[in-house]
Design a binder for this molecule. Structure first.
Ligand SMILES: NC(=O)c1ccc[n+]([C@@H]2O[C@H](COP(=O)([O-])OP(=O)(O)OC[C@H]3O[C@@H](n4cnc5c(N)ncnc54)[C@H](O)[C@@H]3O)[C@@H](O)[C@H]2O)c1
Length: 321
């Protein structure tokens, strides 16, 4: 089993170990940190290795699953590393598919809702081909993930590799980086510091947010029972950015106030001013034989903000800088 030590990857490692697998996590730490899997270091079934998957991956022994989650994942991160982002989504994906082929392993690609670009369809079903600007600032991420999906389909068709593609929508939870640039960690950090929570526009723009443990359940369901076609994994319920900010203030018992700026940020995917809402419609997950609506719903439909405390956990330990 090969995976990563980033935010989602670290939770996947825990879930895979808990279900009796041996896990080798590969990471070059461009955006992740060994701290994310520090608690696993004494587990004899876990190994962490510093490897850049863009340079090829050669491993002894049998491998059952190859999970490719390596990529800068938020706008500030891929803005700072556009060429690396393109390479890891294309060359890195090809290398991991090569590993899966050599080991006769099942391969899973962490794709993204961003393959839909600035969608003209809302919510987005898997059958929608998207509306992507290849030369815009997000092109390096969106197009790399689209190319990664094409690579997965090509290896499936040409080499019969058993492949999966999961299109992940906004996911949050413990071990997200505060510098990630997305709404949840940004608001949490502001609330904990007692600073105003900056909302662009009137806050009526919406987000769909999936808690990481639900996402991991969906990934494992896709791995075990999916097929080669893409599956949306996310929360089909939306929350306004204003509601999100107020919920975080309440859960953090913060004295912060919401500060609405006059201008809405126009760049989709930015902290909270997206003009193109992203929300999954889980058509394939709901109707296909292998993944049932339950799987999708389990991975998605329980927004935990109201009741469960990523905020509490972060406020006790303090956010990771
Ligand atoms: N978090 C989300 O909401 C979200 C949404 C859609 C898709 N995704 C996808 O899920 C995956 C994980 O995202 P995350 O939020 O955990 O991000 P993350 O930055 O925490 O994790 C990504 C990990 O990949 C590593 N990495 C990057 N390039 C590498 C390379 N060439 N070789 C080895 N390791 C490399 C990073 O160091 C990091 O540890 C990414 O592929 C991302 O595109 C995440």
């Amino acid at each position: 089993m090969r995976t990563r030590s980033g935010f989602i990857g670290s939770h996947l490692c825990e879930a895979l170990l808990a279900s009796g697998n041996r896990v080798l996590a590969l990471d070059n730490y461009i955006t992740g940190s060994p701290d994310n899997v520090r608690a696993l270091q004494d587990n004899p079934d876990f190994e962490l290795s510093q490897v850049d998957v863009n340079h090829g991956v050669f491993i002894d022994g049998d491998v059952r699953y190859v999970l490719h989650f390596a990529s800068p994942a938020s706008p500030p991160q891929y803005d700072s590393n556009p060429i690396h982002t393109l390479k890891v989504g294309t060359v890195g994906t090809m290398n991991m598919l090569g590993l899966a082929r050599a080991k006769e392993a099942t391969f899973l690609l962490a794709s993204t809702s961003e393959v839909y670009g600035d969608p003209l369809v809302h919510p987005q079903p898997e059958s929608y081909w998207g509306n992507v600007n290849p030369i815009g600032p997000r092109g390096c991420y969106d197009e790399a993930k689209r190319c990664g999906e094409a690579f997965a389909m090509a290896y499936h068709r040409a080499h019969q590799v058993d492949t999966r593609i999961v299109r992940i929508f906004n996911t949050h939870g413990p071990r997200m980086q505060v510098s990630d640039g997305r709404a949840v960690p940004n608001f949490m950090a502001q609330a904990i510091r007692g600073e105003p929570l900056t909302v662009y526009g009137d806050g009526s723009q919406t987000r769909s947010l999936c808690y990481v443990s639900d996402l991991v359940s969906g990934v494992l369901a896709a791995l075990e029972r999916g097929d080669e076609l893409p599956v949306n994994l996310g929360n089909p319920q939306e929350i306004t950015v204003l509601e999100l900010a107020e919920t975080i203030i309440r859960l953090a018992r913060s004295k912060s106030r919401v500060f609405c700026t006059v201008t809405a940020k126009s760049r989709p995917g930015s902290v909270d001013g997206s003009s193109a809402p992203m929300r999954p419609i889980c058509v394939v997950a709901a109707s296909a034989a292998r993944l049932r609506r339950d799987d999708c719903a389990r991975s998605a439909a329980r927004p935990r903000l109201a009741s469960q405390p990523p905020v509490h956990r972060i406020s006790r330990r303090g956010p990771r800088p």
